[in-house]
Design a protein around this ligand. Structure first.
Ligand code: GCU
Length: 629
């Protein structure tokens, strides 16, 4: 720092640096000339709510303090962290940590004339500042989508210094807000690559069937650098060898061809290659159509029931954030064992390996951004953030046949601002990708629960028998999206709320609820098809219990809830799928019952170590029955 900044306040700053928007997303990094920067990085926990200005100057220098020089930061010795990986599971001081951690590594480059260089991050949760040789090259907020920064100018021949400042602190105007029922894993949680590119290159492309047409492929390609040129598209197995003409940076091509369609039963993927000058991108792309027709979801023109399960992005065996292809396969193999044809990747965009694996295994996907619970829906900046997260998700995954739903959000409180927010976001998603369906999980509760209690539940508590419990969904969000999604927890939460509201015996209340679940029938206006995007119950693996005892957190009780939920499912008209909550127990700061939960949400059908609970087999057999129909 210079003499003028000796005044104390100049040594510290709470203001983050100016935003430096990342470069447009590079698609399909696995097919690029990339060098992995994964591995063990130096790190330093920086818990102060301000940042030492001179830390950045320090970042500029590969430096050892000179004799007599006072330095109070150190990114060379001490803590190291594995990248990719959340910091929470790597150091006890960081388990619940919300704040800043500085990462640093060196890397070696042999720069070639005319080449361009990008740093690509699979995700950093939540806010990132990226410095190369002391210069800020990019900032990004959003913990679950990829971003990349061009570093061509800042890179030096030989050794380079990469410093990344990560802050996982969330504010009320972030997406999500600090209120989440999952642990806010911080850090460089996904792969890091240095990508070498020619001076002009294919930045992004989409190769998909036209909406609702199984014999017409639309190709769009964006070039970075040159504004015109020719790109060779080859899909040998379809005998496609065509040139795409690029004008003003963009190219478009339509091809009449009838490919073998991708489906869960036959997840056909085609080898696709795009050649532009010295760069050849190869990809594996599936072709399928998905649409809503006659109150059903049609895959390749035929109605399909979505036999799903929800997942968080947590690896099996207490390893925290999943980030590898192997971990993705390990999780999705359980979904296959459940006879699933579909998975809900909650509540945020998962790593790219999950989507590749779903494409290969034949699992349809609900993919979402973490518009979760109580966002500042009236804040225009929050809508802009949501649109950006959607663009990042769609630009990375728009060629993944497995994705059938883009989900706009989860369980958000109803208000006019929130409805306007979703209407705008839905329009934006449709403009980015008209080939997929939109959905969003409603928060089923409030008004509908009160009405149900008055009309049916309390009379049932008085011993009245009412054969049909009609529940009318009022949430306008159901009309904004293509397929409505309802999170409902009959058998778990509701009888508790109602018992305490009406001063009823909780055990009696629970039994009455279970006895009547099969009578419940949801009605979504305008015959909108709907899914149950969540239902379930918690159970501690090994706490067996016995059916009929209604022991909360026993496996037997969780299995009972699943049996009753299956009866409820069979009673629905217009239901097109279910994703029970959830495949695996997952970490949450909200689940505090010591000795039972211990910061784990226990609604998993398998424990964190992958042990199957009784309810796993109840769902598996039900889905087998559906698959056999
Ligand atoms: C909600 C929410 C989930 C949460 C679940 C639960 O439906 O969407 O994120 O984990 O309920 O209560 O376990």
């Amino acid at each position: 720092c210079t003499l003028s900044s000796l005044k104390a306040q100049d040594l510290f700053t709470t203001a983050p640096p100016p935003e430096k928007p990342p470069a447009p997303i590079l698609q399909n990094i696995d097919s690029r000339n990339s060098h992995s920067l994964n591995g063990t990085w130096h790190a330093m926990i920086d818990p102060a709510v301000f940042s030492l200005n001179d830390l950045l100057h320090f970042a500029e220098r590969h430096y050892q303090p000179q004799a007599g020089e006072l330095v109070e930061v150190d990114l060379e010795n001490g803590l190291t962290l594995r990248v990719p990986g959340d910091w929470n599971t790597q150091d006890d001081r960081l388990f619940f940590y919300q704040g800043k951690v500085w990462y640093k590594r060196d890397f070696y480059v042999e720069k070639s004339e005319g080449q361009r260089y990008y740093l690509h991050f699979g995700a950093i949760n939540y806010r990132a500042e990226v410095y190369v040789n002391g210069t800020l090259v990019g900032t990004h907020t959003g913990g679950y989508t990829s971003f990349n920064c061009e570093v061509t100018e800042q890179l030096r021949e030989g050794s380079n210094l990469l410093v990344v400042k990560v802050n996982n602190t969330l504010s009320s105007d972030d997406i999500p807000t600090p209120r989440t029922d999952w642990l806010n894993y911080g850090g460089i949680t996904r792969d890091v690559h240095l990508i070498t590119l020619p001076s002009s290159f294919i930045e992004n492309y989409k190769i998909q069937l036209a909406p609702g047409q199984d014999d017409f492929i639309q190709v769009s390609i964006r070039l970075n650098g040159a504004t015109s040129g020719k790109i060779q598209l080859d899909i040998d197995e379809l005998n496609i060898h065509q040139q795409v003409d690029i004008q003003n940076g963009d190219g478009w091509l339509e091809i009449s061809v009838k490919p073998e369609l991708w489906s869960p039963e036959s997840p056909k993927l085609y080898e696709v290659s795009l050649t532009y000058e010295s760069e050849i991108l190869t990809d594996k792309v599936g072709f399928r159509t998905v649409e809503v027709k006659d109150r059903q979801v049609h895959l390749n023109g035929s109605p399909v029931f979505l036999r799903g399960i929800s997942l968080h992005e947590e690896a099996i065996g207490s390893k925290g954030r999943a980030s590898s292809y192997e971990e993705a396969l390990e999780l999705l193999k359980y979904a296959q064992e459940l006879n699933c044809n579909y998975v809900r990747l909650a509540h945020y965009t998962h790593n790219r390996h999950m989507l590749r694996a779903a494409d290969e295994l034949g699992l349809m996907v609900w993919s979402e951004i973490p518009v979760y619970w109580n966002l500042e829906f009236g804040n225009p900046q929050v809508l802009e953030k949501a649109k950006l997260r959607m663009e990042e998700m769609i630009h990375r995954d728009q060629n993944r046949a497995s994705i059938v739903f883009w989900s706009l959000g989860n369980e958000t409180p109803v208000s006019p601002e929130r409805n306007d927010f979703f209407a705008a976001l839905n329009r934006h998603v449709k403009s980015l990708d008209p080939t997929r369906l939109t959905t969003a999980a409603l928060v089923f509760g409030g008004e509908e629960i009160q009405e149900m209690a008055k009309q049916y539940y309390f009379p049932a508590m008085q011993g009245q028998t009412i054969e049909k419990w009609d529940i009318h969904i009022k949430d306008e969000l159901a009309q904004i999206v293509d397929v409505a999604a309802i999170n409902q927890y009959f058998g778990w939460y509701y009888s508790g709320f109602l018992a305490s509201a009406a001063n009823l015996d909780p055990l009696v209340a629970r039994k009455v609820m279970l006895d009547n679940m099969s009578k419940i029938q949801f009605h979504v206006p305008n015959e909108k098809p709907f899914v149950f995007s969540e239902f379930g119950a918690g159970a501690k693996r090994g706490l067996k219990g016995s059916s009929g005892e209604f022991e909360i957190f026993s496996e037997a009780y969780q299995a009972t809830v699943y049996q009753k939920q299956i009866e409820l499912i069979k009673n629905q008209i217009g239901l097109v799928g279910t994703t029970p909550w959830i495949l695996k127990d997952f970490r949450s700061p909200m689940r505090l019952k010591q000795g039972v939960q211990d910061y784990w949400n226990l609604k998993g059908l398998i424990s964190d170590n992958g042990e199957r609970k009784q309810a796993f087999f109840v769902l598996r057999d039900f889905y087998q029955e559906l698959a056999d129909k």
